[in-house]
Design a protein around this ligand. Structure first.
Ligand SMILES: Cc1cc2nc3c(=O)[nH]c(=O)nc-3n(C[C@H](O)[C@H](O)[C@H](O)COP(=O)(O)O)c2cc1C
Length: 217
């Protein structure tokens, strides 16, 4: 089958893109409302794109009525947000936070999630998240019904048990993120495996660096 995306209605493009581009990590984004309420919403149009500068990206669409979601309203006003990674113990709470509540509902509290004050931004992170990333807006790219937000990570708070003893790499037995597949389908990273370059790879790569004149011998 073939689909001409230039002619396809947006909801069909959404279905196809999200069915095939997955699993997508989930950012449970916490922000502060103008009245001071905590807000939390899951976003799976999310990923990290760079470490220098450390940039994460969110894609937030408008609601069906055309209004902006609370997360976007808060981010535009404060220029700050926190990304909380999601694992199985908080997966059901994450889904609750995805319900379209009124602006003054404290979604983390409603979902039974405890929070703590972020260190560098005016928001709260989820105490039980494996990893919280405090972000400041680097830029917002606006489309008619969509905003793409580039956030620069200024602080990362990691749950101790998620890291190895040296504090360098994740402990794969503990840190098993939940990601979104198609529709209401999710997957958890509990079947991890190593895939290494073959033994000859270093030699092949070195050969690419050899000047052409020397290669001909
Ligand atoms: C797993 C999951 C991923 C989602 N990803 C996105 C997303 O990337 N962009 C978006 O605009 N909405 C996404 N949503 C929907 C929002 O979470 C939902 O509209 C929420 O009510 C917005 O809350 P807010 O008004 O507090 O910002 C997702 C929902 C779920 C359950």
């Amino acid at each position: 089958m073939d689909f001409d995306f230039t002619r396809l209605p947006p909801q069909d493009r959404y279905r196809l893109l999200t069915n095939f581009v997955g699993p997508r990590p989930i950012a449970l984004v916490t922000t502060r409302s103008e009245a001071g309420h905590n807000n939390a919403a899951p976003m799976s149009f999310f990923n990290v794109f760079s470490q220098d500068p450390p940039i994460v990206i969110l894609g937030i669409q408008t609601r069906a009525d055309g209004n902006e979601k609370d997360t976007l309203v808060n981010i535009r006003r404060t220029q700050e947000f926190c990304v909380n990674m999601v694992d199985m113990p908080i997966a059901e709470a994450m889904i609750l936070c995805g319900v379209n509540f009124a602006r003054d509902v404290d979604e983390p509290a409603f979902a039974g999630l405890e929070t703590e004050a972020c260190r560098q931004i005016d928001a709260r992170y989820l105490t039980s998240t494996p990893c919280a990333m405090e972000c400041r807006v680097e830029r917002i790219i606006d489309y008619p019904r969509r905003a793409i937000i580039l956030g620069e990570v200024v602080e990362m708070t990691v749950r101790d048990d998620c890291l190895d003893a040296a504090g360098r790499y994740v402990n794969p037995e503990v840190y098993q993120p939940v990601a979104r597949l198609h529709a209401d389908n999710y997957i958890v990273a509990d079947r991890q495996f190593e895939l290494k370059k073959p033994d000859g790879a270093a030699a092949w790569e070195a050969a690419q660096l050899t000047p052409p004149a020397e290669k001909t011998t």
